[in-house]
Design a protein around this ligand. Structure first.
Ligand code: CTP
Length: 450
């Protein structure tokens, strides 16, 4: 029996897929089709899939060409499958010519002509509205964000807003977009959604006005400085039926999702303690190191360190203590936030003028998870046990260098209503973070006397 294998996402099943499967089947007696998991697609940087895996499998099944359907969920699986199933011929469309020649040492490799003028990407473009995105604030982070939007389909950066004209005009020229420096409402008129990356203290006001104008909002952390304001903003987004998302990048990375799954599977038993640390010695002239009111370690990195704590232990802690070491101007160069939960403890450590081991350690009754620096850009972590010889190493990479495209893809998925719910970062979790920020700010105000 001559066995053939082929792989694909088969999203929004179309004629190109049908013809590929038909011709693949004709090459042999038995056709195996590998359908990618969302997780694997995300890891390899293929974002914005519309159909869930069960739909994609069903569509392949409905063609009647596949004798067997398997799931492809990791890098290197093709070689495993070819050997496991005794494959004679590996088939893929001509868009992949040359890319799989390394498999020739295991079986025949055939590239079939792609059906012209059709692809999942084209259909996505037809059924999903292109989102016109506006950028509020045009600093370093906004630049990196804009570069990453190019890897996510369905979005186009069209405008930028910044009251500071000089900074704005070079940014607008670089990205060939419209520049608005006086009239925020006019800027809002030009877009469907905004990304707010202005100075921390201006976030909430820009967010509120954008929501009121019926625009979707993705806002850099921290979104607000008060619990009440966070509640109001999420309520407003609900009333206006638009998306509001806080941009804590780590929350949207595939590796972070995987870590949460491993912890909630019970692999390390009951979680008793979490220690999350993020330190970076910044340029003394940078905003985070020089803005005594709204800069400092906790403001800059606290959202990251609170994230695993609230995701794993929830937001219902019994007690919280915040302590900082202050540098000159009263800025916190190091802040430790300690939480007491009914049966567990947690610590968030952030440093902007202090260096420590930037790791995430989740301690349980059977073992612990260790994600090393930079765990906020997680690509791997270990699960360790009493016996130091046993280490389960998990690798879940992501495409690109700073993870922005995953956050952007999630934002679009929500806008288009093609994704699930808010589980990656819920409104409650974001509101709970605002509460900690408020406690921190209250302390800072009384220390600095304003
Ligand atoms: N394929 C094809 N003709 C097309 C589109 C896809 O022969 N017009 C083939 C691909 O070459 C691949 C298989 O169908 O062998 C599954 O491809 P997949 O990546 O799932 O489909 P695309 O439409 O290319 O998806 P996207 O636009 O998201 O890249």
């Amino acid at each position: 029996m001559k066995k053939i294998i082929t792989y694909g996402s088969f999203d929004l099943f179309h004629e190109g897929h049908y013809r590929l499967l038909q011709r693949a089947k004709e090459l042999g007696d038995y056709l195996i089709v590998g359908v990618t998991t969302e997780h694997y697609d995300h890891q390899r940087g293929k974002l914005n899939l519309v159909d869930p895996i069960m739909t994609r499998i069903q569509n392949v099944k409905d063609t009647g060409f596949a004798d067997e359907i398997i799931v492809e969920d990791h890098e290197g699986q093709k070689i495993e499958d070819i050997q496991k199933y005794g494959i004679d011929t590996f088939v893929l469309g001509s868009d992949w010519v040359g890319k799989f020649d390394y498999l020739k040492q295991y079986c025949n490799v055939v590239y079939l002509d792609r059906t012209p003028n059709i692809s999942s990407t084209i259909i996505r473009g037809d059924i999903l509205k292109l989102i016109r995105l506006g950028i509020v604030g045009t600093g370093r982070i906004a630049r990196r964000f804009c570069l990453e939007t190019r890897y996510v389909s369905g979005v186009e950066v069209v405008s930028a807003y910044n009251p500071c004209k000089d900074e704005l005009s070079s940014f607008a020229t670089e990205f060939s977009i419209n520049a608005f420096s006086d009239d925020y409402d006019k800027f809002l008129d030009s877009v469907d959604a905004v990304y707010v990356a202005s100075p921390n203290e201006t976030h909430a006001d820009y967010v509120r006005r954008a929501l009121e104008a019926g625009k979707h909002v993705l806002c850099e952390k921290p979104m607000t400085f008060t619990y009440q304001e966070a509640i109001e903003l999420y309520a407003l987004s609900k009333t206006k039926e638009v998306v509001l998302m806080e941009g804590i990048r780590a929350a949207y990375l595939p590796g972070f999702q995987h870590l949460l799954n491993v912890v909630s599977n019970g692999t390390i038993g009951e979680v008793c303690d979490i220690e999350a640390c993020f330190t970076r010695i910044g340029d003394p002239k940078s905003r985070e190191m020089s803005d005594a009111k709204y800069g400092g370690a906790f403001m800059e990195y606290g959202s990251y360190t609170l994230l695993p704590i609230f995701k794993i232990l929830g937001t219902g802690y019994d007690d919280i203590t915040i302590d900082s070491i202050l540098g000159k101007d009263g800025i916190d160069v190091f802040t430790k936030v300690q939480f007491k939960y009914p049966n567990s403890l947690a610590t968030s450590k952030t440093g902007a003028g202090v260096k420590s081991e930037g790791q995430l350690v989740i301690a349980g009754t059977k073992g612990y998870v260790l994600a090393q620096s930079p765990w906020w850009l997680i690509r791997s972590f270990d699960v360790r046990y009493e016996d130091p010889a046993i280490v389960d190493h998990h690798e879940v990479s992501f495409a690109g260098t700073d993870g922005f495209r995953y956050e952007i893809a999630e934002f679009l998925t929500k806008i288009n209503g093609t994704g699930g719910n808010d589980y990656k970062l819920t409104a409650d979790e974001s509101i709970a973070m605002a509460k900690v920020v408020e406690l921190f700010m209250n302390k800072r105000r009384s220390q600095q006397g304003w």
